[in-house]
Ligand binder design. Structure first.
Ligand code: FAD
Ligand code: MG
Length: 343
């Protein structure tokens, strides 16, 4: 049965996409959602949304999880991690592409973003059943293993190699973005011009809602409940990715420990930011940059975002101040009274 306009609109709202359902157009096939990549992934094809099209997209997302997850046995990333200090591992084009992009952002962020963060992510376990505040000496002990320079990419041989035993790759800060871009490729290849791919808040908007009408996407309120938003962003053929303290955290001893970790001291980063949203053409870039800019902090992070062509950003700090890059001001509207726009 096809959904009523109201049901469809509720689904889009839940996915963070506002007013996407049009009651004038023929009712679209319902959006599909699956738990993949450790989150709820929803895809909405506003045209050409056949069961085969949806199946193909979700099969690709599951396939990428099976290659790129650091949490599962048998993935290519798992094989590279197991061979740390032993030898290079042959991987496919997806893992190579993600590693290449990750290294670019490790460079651009001066190491604040680091795909070899794996030992720290595992030690803290934030978001998993094993989440705990590790003893300071354990944190100090793994810091020398966080070293992007020791991830060796051999493009000709198609291999990845972690040079020292104990090193671990973790693509958690970039692979959802890559997956969104890959989903978009498949959707475009089918000639579909209007779609929303939402991988747990990592939103890629294909085409626009209508003629001269952009999509309207809610920017998550870092202090609010999931689905609550602080403002609305209008985008067409662009992607919006947010990194925030609210996404995954552990509460212990009356303190909150979130999941974006400092490569310098090994602890959740406390720099006054509560979220960074990046708007870009590529979701891989936006995902890597949302984490990179968050990790760099309000000043250096904003400077990095502003230095890159085609990149826009929204930085929210714990005082409720919202800084928006110049190029995004016309597309972003603050709607929550709990926040104020910085000049
Ligand atoms: P982002 O800011 O984009 O990334 C934060 C994540 O990046 C952290 O959770 C950590 O993994 C890593 N990270 C932390 N600090 C840094 C740093 N300084 N530099 C670089 N990276 C850093 N979740 C599950 O619970 N179970 C699963 O089985 C699971 N499988 C996954 C498989 C894949 C392929 C991917 C991409 C994700 C998976 N996840 C899983 C989710 C994952 O563990 C992260 O929590 C998630 O990707 C965080 O994304 P984000 O957009 O919220 O935050
Ligand atoms: Mg990210």
């Amino acid at each position: 049965m096809l959904p009523s306009c109201r049901t469809a609109a509720a689904a889009f709202l839940a996915a963070g996409v506002l007013s996407a359902a049009s009651c004038a157009a023929p009712a679209p096939l319902p959006p599909q959602a699956e738990f993949v990549l450790g989150t709820v992934c929803s895809v909405n094809l506003f045209e050409g949304g056949t069961p085969e099209a949806y199946r193909e997209v979700f099969a690709r997302l599951r396939g990428l999880e099976d290659l790129l997850s650091a949490n599962k046995d048998g993935t290519e990333v798992d094989a590279v991690n197991r061979a740390a200090g032993l030898g290079p591992v042959k991987v496919g084009p997806d893992a190579l592409a993600v590693a290449r992009s990750a290294m670019r952002y490790a460079g651009l962020s001066g190491g604040a973003f680091d795909p070899t963060i794996g030992p720290l992510v595992k030690l803290w376990g934030i978001g998993s059943d094993d989440a705990n505040v590790p003893p300071p000496e354990a944190v100090r002990g793994v810091l020398p293993l966080i070293a992007a320079g020791d991830l060796k990419i051999d493009e000709a041989a198609g291999t990845l190699f972690l040079a020292r035993p104990g090193m671990r790759l973790d693509f958690g800060a970039i692979a959802k973005g890559y997956a969104a871009d890959e989903a978009a490729k498949l959707i475009r290849a089918r000639g579909i011009k209007r779609a929303i791919v939402d991988l747990g808040g990592n939103v890629l908007a294909l085409g626009s809602k209508g003629f001269l009408k952009p999509w309207r996407v809610g920017v998550q309120d870092p202090a609010g409940v999931r689905g609550g938003y602080l403002g609305i962003l209008e985008i067409s053929d662009r992607t919006m990715v947010t990194s925030g303290v609210y996404e995954r955290f552990l509460e212990a001893d009356g303190k909150r420990y979130h999941h974006i970790l400092s490569t310098k001291d090994g602890y959740p980063i406390e720099n006054g930011l509560v979220s960074v949203t990046i708007v870009a053409a590529s979701s891989t870039d936006a995902d890597a940059l949302s984490t990179s800019c968050f990790a760099l902090g309000p000043e250096a992070g904003m400077a990095l975002a502003e230095s890159l062509p085609g990149i826009e950003a929204i930085f929210v700090d714990s005082s409720g101040s919202v800084r928006v890059t110049e190029g995004l001001k016309k597309d972003f509207k603050l709607t929550s009274p709990d926040y104020r726009l910085a000049p």
